[in-house]
Design a protein around this ligand. Structure first.
Ligand code: SAM
Length: 210
């Protein structure tokens, strides 16, 4: 499988040795559309390799694939009709993010050690109520605090703790657009061309359309 390359000069944690999949458990069309899409975009941007959406979340999967096509990968978005089976049959470490779980700060080292030893990590985030079978299928029920907030926030903080910040320094393959960080304004370039140009047409949020 193709892997993202990381900037070895500044990363203190080698993400290339780990395989991370996010499972979005449940999706209510209409109500969850933006949140489900943002789970996928967050998984991609913050270092996961793959997201599995429920099969009624095809629009979210399309958006994530489209963003990957524009801003680079590798990252894949897949649909699955039976997420419980994915969780129960996972060959590796199953992490379920829930406000009722053990603190991320208490379990992150153990999970990271297993991931870097070669175990594939599945991270489950819910939307609507998550059935008890998922709590049982998980090797780790993990709370990012024990306060209620959101699947996007929980996923972002968990990935950052798992990767120890290395996810902030990824290099993307096959991007046809690259954002050049600027103190003011928006600069977007085609990595195959130079020099960098301001591109207001493509400077909006990915969800705002092509
Ligand atoms: N009562 C739910 C729970 O078990 O966390 C809250 C549902 S919340 C609207 C949707 C999802 O956000 C949850 O399934 C969980 O994955 C995530 N989430 C919310 N608060 C969290 C927390 N403190 N730590 C980790 N994940 C959280």
């Amino acid at each position: 499988m193709l892997r993202k390359t990381r900037n070895a000069a500044t990363s203190h944690y080698n993400m290339d040795d780990t395989e991370v999949t996010v499972l979005r458990y449940g999706h209510r069309p209409g109500r969850d559309d933006r949140m489900t899409t943002h789970v996928g975009l967050t998984a991609r941007a913050l270092g996961a390799d793959r997201i599995i959406f429920p099969d009624n979340a095809g629009t979210a999967a399309d958006t994530v694939e489209e963003v990957t096509g524009r801003f680079g990968g590798p990252f894949s978005a897949e649909l699955c009709s039976n997420q419980r089976r994915v969780a129960e049959n996972w060959d590796g470490v199953v992490v379920h993010l829930t406000m009722y779980g053990l603190g991320v700060e208490d379990v992150e080292t153990e999970i990271r050690d297993r991931a870097t030893a070669g175990e594939s990590v599945l991270i489950i985030v819910g939307g609507e109520k998550v059935p008890f079978e998922i709590y049982e299928a998980a090797d780790y029920n993990v709370g990012v605090t024990n306060q209620p907030h959101s699947e996007v926030a929980g996923l972002a903080v968990f990935l950052d703790h798992l990767f120890g910040g290395a996810e902030l320094d990824q290099e993307w393959e096959r991007a046809d657009r690259e954002v050049i960080p600027t103190a003011t304004g928006k600069r977007v370039v085609d990595p195959a061309e130079s020099p960098a140009t301001t591109d207001p047409e493509h400077s909006g949020h990915p969800e705002s359309g092509p």
